[in-house]
Design a protein. Structure first.
Length: 499
């Protein structure tokens, strides 16, 4: 920050050295600018206001259809059409401007001037529009605006005569558009119904929900029945053991397991030659021989012939297995039916949603089509009371005769000239200070040369030098103040002259 302030201070010191050059340029530029502002030709602006009535037949029809046209845009388009070249040719003759031109080139230049200078603007409220034109002579400006208003109203009345026909054309066009949309909607509904005939003809999403709930309860019951059948079968299997070869054996396995556990406990306490250990081994071998003998006997003969209980048990187990298989098959069938019902319900919901959207589009198009047809019948039958115009134009304020110039605004241009002259003087001093630079302190000298500064020699301020310095400051201040006062006096004088 300190470096920036030092740099700014250096620029100001350099500009101060050439302040007299800047003051001289300020006075010269100020005098020249004031003279240019004074000799600028006066412009007198004449204007008129026109009311545009937007309550029309076409506007009411489209409002009732939910569409709001941009009437302001229609008027602006009318204004741009109004200031077209053919209309400007007509305006030249109506406003007696043709005596100002002698050659085709001059006439073309006048047409271009009128197209650029004539303005048609909207006031932004109450449907009021203004037309204005500025010229060096107030009478001529008024004649141009009068002729422009006549053209504006004439063009609006020509369009008004075609209001009913325009409305009928609009309605017929909309009827054709919605008739095509209606046919397309009917075709889409028909093709959708044919492509989804099975889903459309079904009992609906509500019936499918009831069906899914019913099947779900059946699946629950089937699972309970399957669990009960498995429990009954497991209970029968616990009543008897079957060998590895499918031969029924008595409870040898349980006894063999008990002997094995007892033998393991004895071996933890005794050796294999202990009498108790040897007795347990003998009992184990005897049980294993008996089990094997029973199995061998079952292979060569029907064990059921010797044991009716085994036969009965085998019959019960067979029934239990069959019951489990039947319950399993029934559960699988119900689960398959449940999955199919859920898929059908999802598809049915999608189909109903799409069909509702198609029906909604069809109903909207049908409603719009019927509404346009009804409006056309009303227009043809003459029942559109009070609706016969597209846009109604009325002149609110005719063209006025300007008494005072509207341009240039010299009261604003004079102070602006003064500011620009001061800026030009400051710019000149800055430019000269950059073209003829000097060192104002030791820091700048050391930074530029890159050499150490051993010391500085100050200028001795004598009373004579001090007196000359004060005189110079006073003279320069008087020059700047005199310039500002001169600009103010010139502005006041213009105010008096224009007032």
């Amino acid at each position: 920050m300190e470096e920036l302030l030092r740099q700014v201070h250096g620029y100001l010191r350099g500009m101060w050295r050439f302040r007299w050059w800047g003051l001289a340029l300020t006075w010269v530029a100020g005098i020249a600018g004031c003279f240019m502002v004074y000799i600028m030709p006066d412009k007198y602006e004449s204007s008129a206001r026109v009311y545009v009535d937007t309550q029309s037949l076409l506007l009411r029809v489209v409002r009732e259809q939910g569409v709001m046209p941009n009437v302001d845009q229609q008027v602006l388009i009318l204004g741009k059409t109004l200031i077209s070249r053919p209309n400007m040719e007509k305006l030249i003759n109506m406003a007696d401007l043709d005596f100002l031109v002698d050659t085709p080139a001059q006439r073309e230049a006048l047409v271009t001037h009128l197209v650029d200078k004539i303005q048609v603007r909207s006031s932004g409220r109450d449907n009021l529009y203004s037309m204005s034109y500025a010229d060096s002579k107030p009478e001529r400006a008024k004649r141009v605006v009068d002729s422009l208003v006549s053209l504006f109203v004439e063009k609006g009345m020509v369009e008004n005569r075609d209001g009913a026909e325009t409305t009928l054309r609009y309605l017929n066009e909309q009827i054709r558009v919605y008739e095509q949309k209606l046919a397309e909607s009917e075709d889409r509904r028909k093709r959708f119904r044919l492509d989804n005939i099975d889903a459309v003809a079904d009992e609906g999403a509500g019936g499918l929900i009831v069906k899914i709930a019913s099947i779900n309860s059946q699946v629950t019951e089937a699972r309970l029945a399957l669990n009960e059948a498995k429990q009954e079968r497991d209970a029968l299997y616990k009543q008897a053991k079957m060998g590895d070869d499918g031969v029924w054996v008595p409870e040898f396995d349980g006894r063999i397991d008990n002997v094995k556990r007892a033998l393991d406990e004895l071996r933890l306490r005794y050796t294999d030659n202990h009498p108790e250990v040897r007795e347990a081994q003998r009992m184990l071998e005897e049980l294993q021989k008996q089990r094997q003998g029973w199995i061998d006997e079952g292979r060569t003969s029907d064990p059921g012939a010797a044991n009716p209980a085994v036969i009965q048990l085998r019959m019960e187990l067979g029934k239990a297995d069959a019951k489990v298989a039947a319950a399993q098959a029934k559960l699988q069938d119900f689960e398959a039916r449940l999955n199919a019902a859920r898929d059908s319900a999802r598809r049915q919901t999608e189909v109903e949603t799409q069909l509702q959207q198609l029906d909604r589009d069809y109903d909207i198009n049908k409603k719009q089509y019927g509404s346009f047809v009804q409006k056309r019948e009303e227009v043809l039958a003459g029942r559109g009371n009070g609706l016969s115009e597209v846009i109604d134009f009325r002149v609110v304020d005719p063209a006025n005769m300007p008494q005072a110039p509207s341009a240039p605004n010299r009261l604003m241009l004079m102070p602006l000239v003064g500011l620009l002259a001061l800026a030009a003087g400051a710019a000149l001093t800055f430019l000269i200070s950059q073209l003829k630079p000097s060192f104002i302190d030791a820091h700048t000298l050391r930074d530029v040369l890159g050499l150490p500064v051993l010391g500085i020699v100050s200028m001795l301020v004598t009373p004579e030098r001090k007196r000359k310095r004060v005189q110079g400051l006073f003279t320069f201040g008087c020059g700047v103040a005199g310039f500002v006062v001169s600009i103010g006096l010139a502005t006041v004088a213009l105010t008096i002259l224009q007032g």
